[in-house]
Design a protein. Structure first.
Length: 234
């Protein structure tokens, strides 16, 4: 112990503030404070969705989780660091399910387009409230606004690629991608309330109108799981 104290004092004289820096390190979390970085991001996500970005504060989250501020600083440097992680969490959740839907049926763009559309019907894969919360946040943050626009562009690009692979000319592929995407964004912006089963009932009609061709035949007959025409949770 004497050696350790002496070493820190010597190091402090040689580098100026070593002891001070040591004193600022967060204590190792124990017991109920053994929370991971992902736990804090999840808590921040809930606060953002329920109350907006103003509610994403260290003290508020710590109280809600029943831990001290020290647990937070074990994983993040600052609130800004947490907000950056939250933004990245949203970006991944906003793109990954759609990419996975397309990857599930390589080389079959018509079915890929259907799978892409079905993501919007499954709130386990896509949370419209999270999207809406980010758009609200973007109104007060140029950085977040830029990231939201990037994600919008990525989603439209995925749709444009599918329509092009189906055989539409470049301009029509672009317009169809925009119409389909803007339709879905507008659906949530208007806060339309419908049961899950009714939305699935409408999907084949929406698909035919927006895609320009009917839902590919034979999916259910082949034993594949599809949201189209099935009843489920309301």
């Amino acid at each position: 112990m004497v050696f350790s104290i002496h070493y820190c004092m010597v190091l402090g004289r040689s580098k100026g503030t070593a002891m001070a820096k040591l004193g600022k390190q967060p204590a190792s979390p124990t017991g109920t404070e053994r929370l991971g970085r992902a736990d804090w991001v999840a808590a921040a996500r809930s606060a953002l969705v329920e109350q907006g970005v103003a509610a994403v504060k260290v003290d508020v989250l710590a109280r809600a989780m029943g831990v001290s501020r020290g647990s937070f600083y074990w994983h993040f440097k600052s609130r800004e660091d947490l907000l950056a992680a939250l933004l990245e969490d949203w970006r991944l959740s906003a793109i990954s399910p759609f990419v996975a839907a397309i990857a599930s049926r390589p080389g079959q763009p018509q079915i890929q387009l259907l799978r892409f559309s079905e993501v919007w019907l499954d709130e386990q894969r896509y949370d419209p409230r999270y999207d809406a919360a980010l758009r609200d946040w973007a109104r007060s943050s140029p950085e977040v606004d830029a990231r939201v626009r990037e994600v919008d562009d990525e989603r439209v690009a995925l749709l444009r690629g599918l329509f092009a692979a189906i055989g539409y000319e470049a301009l029509e592929a672009e317009v169809r991608a925009r119409i389909l995407y803007y339709h879905q964004v507008g659906y949530y912006a208007l806060h339309i309330v419908e049961s899950a089963s009714f939305r699935r009932k409408l999907l084949p009609v929406y698909f035919r109108v927006l895609a320009g061709f009917p839902v590919p035949a034979g999916l259910e007959q082949s034993g594949e799981k599809s949201e189209v025409g099935t009843e489920g949770r309301d």
